[in-house]
Design a protein around this ligand. Structure first.
Ligand SMILES: Nc1ncnc2c1ncn2[C@@H]1O[C@H](COP(=O)(O)OP(=O)(O)OP(=O)(O)O)[C@@H](O)[C@H]1O
Ligand SMILES: [Zn+2]
Length: 736
């Protein structure tokens, strides 16, 4: 780590400095420091060709270009300079993921107007009374203001969210129904009070919380796996570590995997600390994003709750990062910069003397193995809080069930749901498939409707009345005739998605209130959040959902979980198929019976109850499962006992991807030099997306091998033909 004094390092006017921009140039460029000089990490404007772009003073000039030919920095921007710790993090993360530095800087500067000053800004909030004449557009403006609960908006932002012109807003201002106010930009967030009493912890919880608090108090880096069964109070326990962090005047970051979870979480923070934290995710307005970015840097926000990209915020002094549901796949970004937020959290904390808490009921094998190896500490919460008990898990052997055609809920499961309806309790039916039917087939010729741009079947979405490609998002109406044989009226849905399951449930229980939770059915994150809150309060009898419902929700009335197709994830040859199925099914089962006195049950529909993974899920022998899984991976040299890098080549031209793939496989010297191996090229499982043909290569290396430099050297040997994209995925999670 560089010394702290670096933060003060100053370059006098005219000194050569290297400036990193977000432009795709690959590396920093030299400029001359402006009048008055500039400090290391300062945000500046620099000329680039005919344009002015934002840049960051990255270090002394490299001397690559003759001094006489350097242009001066145009000016300093008003943003707080980037601290050494964050610059170091960006550089290390770029090296680790083999991402060009400019793309990393872009991740760390994703807020609008960073260069603009602190002047007053004009914002719009709800005023008094009702408009003289209510129009549809006016109504929408007022709805937006209500929906966001008093948050201020910029004019353009408000108009856009309401889907109207700015004149509509101005008209409302004239009548005083909307108020126009001048406020300082970017006010600090309300202070959180860690001294308020928390809930009374059980002995087990108190012991864990004591250890976590001590860790935070040490001011030293360390990572702890907080493993607790679903409903054991992991959140209550890690909030104590947050309290300790706040007491010490340092900032804390809590990463959550799913935006729908933040609503309930914010209320818990408010209950514990007396105010809400700052939020950072795709559902936050642009105005608010800028405020969070600046306040985090100025120490005006002590706790941030966010999605994975919050990891790149310019914290003033970050003392704790909690990664909740650390096993969740959404922590791995799968396009653009390919990074795993869980691993990057550990990296950032280690550079800043901060603690990491990885919380999960079903940790990833990577984390489990790191704890086994002593790299991470581990704390266990073995019991549910209070009198609540873990749900009973049972298999429903589908071979023994009398299933009708186009029916997916077995008679046994139906009986269990009916019993819950009678008692006024909730049931959850889980199926990890969006839409109505995954395949639409022609009963005359057998043709299945695919996407024109992708090597994928179109999925019927009946609520939208369209076929949707889950790869590229392309949609089209269901054609009246088969596109292959032109016979009319023979297209039929095959297989179930959540919408079709909801149809079956509605036919079976016409009186029941049914809620379908699937990410595509909600226009906005706010709408989804409010639906989740409504269900928690008893606003539905049967919840039907995708993996969206498997994550961290607390539905107190829910006592039955039915997994429709437990075998779904076990098909295919995914390295992590067993691990993911185990995690997902145990998580979703854990939604049942979370309140004392309401016994929970989970019923798993399966065609292969004797499958080892299904047996492990039922037996609950988690350590046994992980040991066996670890042994298999170790024997095969697979992660976490070996390392991998995935390469995806894609181009509209099929020949050029295969040619380059073959050349890469031949010229594998840099890979062989570290004792690693190249596999492929092979067509990717989804061989075409958005009209681009895709080919994969895989590098397998031993655990300690210097994988990144070798891959960098290997890839650098090749000139990419026009329009061919090469993506490197270090530690790949998916192989589509
Ligand atoms: N000591 C406590 N006192 C009062 N309520 C508690 C206590 N511990 C946990 N609870 C309550 O029990 C429920 C489950 O706790 P929590 O959500 O923290 O568990 P979790 O382990 O994070 O669950 P999951 O892994 O399923 O997300 C919550 O409603 C929480 O408020
Ligand atoms: Zn497509």
């Amino acid at each position: 780590m560089r010394s702290h004094d670096d933060d003060q390092r100053h370059f006098p006017a005219g000194a050569p400095v290297s400036v990193l921009t977000t432009q795709p140039l690959g590396r920093p460029l030299d400029y001359l420091a402006p009048d008055g000089g500039c400090t290391l990490g300062a945000f500046v404007a620099v000329p680039l060709g005919p344009r002015q772009v934002m840049g960051l003073v990255w270090g002394p000039g490299t001397g690559e270009v003759d001094r006489a030919r350097l242009r001066p920095v145009s000016g300093r921007l008003e943003a707080e300079p980037m601290r050494t710790e964050l610059r170091e993090f960006i550089a290390r993360a770029a090296d680790y993921t083999l991402t060009p530095l400019p793309s990393m800087l872009r991740l760390a500067t994703r807020a609008p107007g960073l260069g603009e000053g602190e002047a007053l800004k004009r914002v719009y909030v709800r005023g008094e009374g009702e408009p003289d004449r209510m129009t549809e557009a006016r109504g929408r403006v007022l709805d937006v203001l209500d929906e966001y609960g008093g948050l201020p908006f910029a004019l353009g932002e408000l108009a856009q969210l309401a889907g109207c012109g700015t004149s509509v807003v101005k008209g409302l201002v004239k009548q005083g129904v909307v108020a126009e106010v001048e406020t300082p930009r970017d006010g600090p967030f309300p202070t959180l009070d860690p001294g308020r009493p928390g809930v009374e912890l059980s002995a087990e919880q108190a012991a864990a919380s004591g250890i976590l608090r001590k860790g935070v108090a040490s001011g030293q880096y360390g990572t702890t796996l907080l493993k607790g069964v679903t409903g054991s109070g992991k959140t209550e326990v890690y909030l104590e570590a947050v309290a300790e962090c706040l007491e010490r005047g340092r900032q804390a970051l809590v990463l959550l995997p799913e935006i729908a979870l933040t609503g309930a979480f914010l209320s818990r923070v408010e209950a514990r600390f007396g105010a809400k934290p700052a939020e950072w995710h795709s559902g936050v307005t642009q105005t608010e994003r800028r405020r969070v970015w600046r306040m985090v840097a100025a120490n005006g926000a002590s706790l941030v709750v966010g999605a994975r990209s919050a990891l790149f915020l310019p914290f003033h002094d970050l003392g704790l990062i909690v990664v909740d549901e650390e096993h969740d796949g959404s922590y791995k970004q799968e396009d653009g910069v390919l990074y795993n937020a869980r691993d990057m959290a550990v990296l950032r904390a280690s550079l800043n003397g901060a603690r990491v808490i990885l919380a999960s009921a079903t940790p990833s094998l990577e984390t489990w193995a790191n704890a086994e190896a002593g790299k991470y500490d581990r704390l266990d919460l073995a019991a549910r809080h209070g009198e609540a008990r873990m749900p009973r898990l049972d298999a429903i052997d589908m071979r023994a069930e009398a299933m009708e055609a186009s029916s997916w809920i077995s008679p046994s499961l139906k009986g269990a749901v009916a019993a819950r309806l009678e008692k006024g309790e909730q049931s959850l039916l889980f199926l990890n498939r969006r839409g109505y039917a995954p395949v639409t087939v022609c009963r005359a010729c057998g043709h299945q409707i695919g996407c024109d741009q992708c090597d994928a079947k179109m999925v019927e979405h009946r609520f939208q009345k369209r076929l949707v490609c889950h790869q590229c998002g392309e949609t089209k109406p269901i054609p009246p005739a088969c596109p292959a044989c032109e016979v009319e009226g023979k297209l039929a849905p095959v297989g179930p998605g959540v919408e079709r399951l909801a149809e079956e449930a509605a036919a079976e229980w016409p009186e029941a209130r049914i809620a379908v939770l699937s990410s595509d059915l909600f226009g906005s994150a706010r709408a989804l959040k409010s639906r989740v809150a409504d269900i928690a309060e008893g606003g539905a009898d049967i919840v039907i959902g995708t993996q969206l419902v498997a994550k961290g929700h607390n539905f107190p009335l829910l006592t039955l979980v039915g997994v429709i197709d437990t075998d779904l994830g076990l098909q295919g040859s995914d390295l992590r198929a067993a691990e993911h199925t185990f995690q997902q099914v145990r998580q979703v089962a854990g939604r049942a019976g979370r309140v004392a006195g309401r016994e929970g049950a989970a019923l798993l529909q399966t065609w292969q109850p004797e499958h080892p993974v299904i047996r492990a899920i039922l037996s609950g022998d988690e350590e046994g499962f992980w040991k066996a899984e670890a042994e298999e991976r170790r024997a095969a040299g697979m992660p976490p006992y070996g390392r991998m890098a995935g390469i995806v080549l894609s181009s509209p031209d099929v020949a050029s991807v295969f040619d380059l793939g073959a050349a890469m496989a031949r010229q594998d010297g840099p890979i062989r030099k570290i004792g690693a191996q190249v596999f492929g090229p092979a067509p990717a499982p989804i061989a075409r997306i958005r009209g681009r043909h895709r080919v994969r290569l895989l590098v397998k290396a031993a655990k300690g091998a210097p994988l990144q430099p070798a891959v960098a050297e290997w890839v650098a040997q090749f000139r990419l033909p026009a329009n061919l994209r090469l993506a490197v995925d270090i530690d790949p999670q998916s192989f589509f």
